[in-house]
Design a protein around this ligand. Structure first.
Ligand code: COA
Length: 149
């Protein structure tokens, strides 16, 4: 597998059609919201510490994920818009995207939050990366950045 994880900014939304179609087919809004908010100029992943990463194999975009500022916890970043095409799951793609997205996070935040309600698998995925379950409005998990190895 010739996997490349790269900075997805500025976003070329025409490359996300396959991913958006697959996500919509399984009733997940991550990718269509990413595209819509980008078109509207509402979420450009350009705040302090924010980023957007894409995963590509053989010229095809097969995964996406990024960091945005957390609106709930002050000075925290939040993992956002993580999605991997169903044909490419359980191959470590999302872990690679998260590793890249989180690689500089210690410069900007002490904790990273997430809302793992997008799918039943999301909690298992984030917990595999060291996120711990929390009980806060709009947040299901948190990662202590000092624990990133
Ligand atoms: C969640 C998602 C991004 C994971 O992508 P992925 O590339 O398949 O994940 P990885 O292969 O990197 O998995 C890393 C670890 O997460 C856990 N995990 C991932 N998928 C899992 C599953 N279906 N069942 C149990 N554990 C799972 C495992 O611990 C896995 O490690 P392992 O394969 O060595 O056991 C993908 O399933 C997806 O896009 N789901 C729909 C959208 C979504 O839920 N996004 C998250 C929003 S918060």
């Amino acid at each position: 597998m010739d996997l490349e994880i790269f900075d997805g900014l500025p976003l070329d939304i025409s490359r996300l059609d396959g991913l958006r179609f697959a996500a919509e087919e399984e009733g997940i809004e991550n990718v269509s919201r990413l595209i819509q908010d980008w078109i509207l100029g509402q979420t450009l992943f350009d705040g302090t510490g924010e980023c957007l990463c894409l995963a590509e194999v053989g010229g095809l975009i097969i995964g996406v994920g990024g960091l945005l500022n957390c609106k709930v916890v002050p000075d925290a970043l939040r993992v956002s818009r993580f999605y991997v095409h169903p044909d490419w799951r359980r191959k470590g793609i999302a872990r690679e995207i998260a590793d890249e997205a989180l690689s500089h996070v210690w410069n900007f935040a002490k904790v990273v939050t997430c809302n793992a309600q997008a799918s039943s698998i999301a909690s298992l995925f984030w917990e595999s990366l060291g996120f711990r379950e929390v009980n806060m409005p709009g947040i299901t998990h948190m990662l202590d950045v000092s624990k990133i190895s």
